[in-house]
Design a protein around this ligand. Structure first.
Ligand SMILES: [Zn+2]
Ligand SMILES: [Zn+2]
Length: 284
């Protein structure tokens, strides 16, 4: 269900010295004045927390009397995490915290000492298929950096699948493996050559994608045997997925439920790709 407040002002914190049970908390809260924006109360007693939803007599005045109290998560279901790296306004950060916890409700005191929570976290799952090396893989790393600050995207969790180019190369029976470039740290356990260095032509197998085949044709006038390393060509479209492909130079494309971003995607393009994949996940 994924319940989380929209804004930090919706949550107020109350330290109490009664048991964190509905009856006792009701006695404390009923009739008390609550701020206009307050919708949830995190009640704290020692190391225990509970999350309550309240109703007020009126919504317009700056403060109004609490008239109803509902327990959303009690102390047995809830943990309190203090982590100044967590921005509670970023849904995917809350989802990551929830994923790391076994509790149904995670209350977090995060950056700026703001308090937020997530109950029954159910982030949108997006698969990312990316090539290694480099390590960390570029698209995965960019997606994580985007999600760490994306306060305008829904709650997203990544399922990472890696395509190891060295493993692909180990299937090659020719004496030499030709990789697109050395830049990303590609070293196979056998004789390797790198297309961007325009080596002398031998009997090799290219581990690369369509663009490196085009470049090979440009340099040498033919296409060698190829093992396709493009994540775009190895994924099926069953689940919402983001991949990168070197044939795409700018913008994003769709292949069914697979969203394709450029091989050298900017963070803005990665963000657009994640937003598109989240949209696909939401539609049946
Ligand atoms: Zn490609
Ligand atoms: Zn390529």
């Amino acid at each position: 269900m994924n319940l989380s407040p929209d804004r930090e002002r919706e949550v107020s914190v109350l330290d109490v010295d009664v048991p964190l049970e509905l009856e006792a908390l009701r006695d404390v809260l009923h009739g008390r004045q609550a701020y206009r924006r307050t919708r949830y109360i995190v009640a704290r007693r020692d190391d225990d927390v509970a999350v309550l939803e309240i109703e007020k007599r009126r919504e317009e005045p700056l403060f109004s009397e609490i008239t109803a109290v509902r327990m959303l998560a009690g102390p047995d279901d809830s943990v309190l995490v203090t982590d100044p790296t967590v921005d509670i306004a970023v849904p995917s950060q809350l989802a990551a915290l929830a994923e790391a916890s076994t509790a149904r409700c995670v209350v977090v005191e995060g950056r700026y000492s703001y308090i937020g929570f997530v109950i029954d976290a159910a982030p949108t799952r997006i698969r990312i298929v990316d090539a290694v090396p480099p390590d960390p893989p570029k698209l995965v790393d960019q997606a994580r950096r985007v999600l760490a600050t994306a306060d305008d995207l829904p709650s997203i969790a990544l399922d990472v699948e890696l395509l190891d180019l060295r493993t692909l190369a180990s299937d090659v029976t020719a004496s030499t493996v030709l990789f697109p470039c050395r830049a990303s740290g590609l070293v196979a356990s056998r004789d390797s050559a790198y297309l961007d260095q325009r080596p002398q032509r031998t009997d090799w197998v290219l581990v690369g994608c369509a663009r490196s085949r085009e470049i090979h044709r440009w340099f040498y006038g033919d296409e060698p045997p190829v093992i396709d390393s493009c994540p775009r060509h190895v994924v099926d479209g069953g689940v919402p997925t983001v991949v990168r492909c070197c044939l795409l130079e700018t913008g994003i494309e769709h292949d069914g439920r697979v969203v394709v971003v450029p091989w050298g995607a900017s963070l803005a393009e990665v963000r657009a790709g994640l937003a598109a994949a989240a949209g696909l996940a939401a539609s049946p």
